[in-house]
Design a protein around this ligand. Sequence first.
Ligand code: ZN
Ligand code: ZN
Length: 183
Amino acid sequence: MTDEETEAELSLVRRRISELEMTKTAGGVGDIDFADLRANAEHLHVGYRRYLEHLQNGGPMMEIGERFAIHLGHELTLIADSSEGSNWATQVEILLRGVACDQILAVFVASDDLIGSDLHAYDSLEPHVGHEVMFVAQLIGGNNHHVGGVDLVCRACEKNSQRPVHLFGSEVGDWFGDLWLKK
Ligand SMILES: [Zn+2]
Ligand SMILES: [Zn+2]
């Protein structure tokens, strides 16, 4: 990674940290509507602060798998958004909306000139638009197991078919477990 990429990531992370500082205290103390959001922001704030330090010490940047792993166990909904792309081609984005962390993440774009992560992603995700989905950890190793990756599963289809419905998986770097996922 270049210095420029690192600088861009550092400023993104700093901005996220200050956003989370606001969210941590959102709403009144007795306002339960904000309780989940605040608790989650508290947790994310700790993670991003550790990540900032890690980057400043020359550690690797988060890739897609680590970015997904942040949302392990969070309630997410798969949504679609379409817009006019270049040459008037319709561009459809498949996004994940996280309620507790108030974030839109993971974009898969399907259009005439496909920009998405892989060709099959759109076809496999599109039938699940509107469904409640969740990231679950792929645990590897024996007693000292660690998170080697994350799988996105469809909770809505799982309820109907009584078995896990896997949508896709991503690898998670070894360094990330110690940094973010430790209690
Ligand atoms: Zn989340
Ligand atoms: Zn589904």
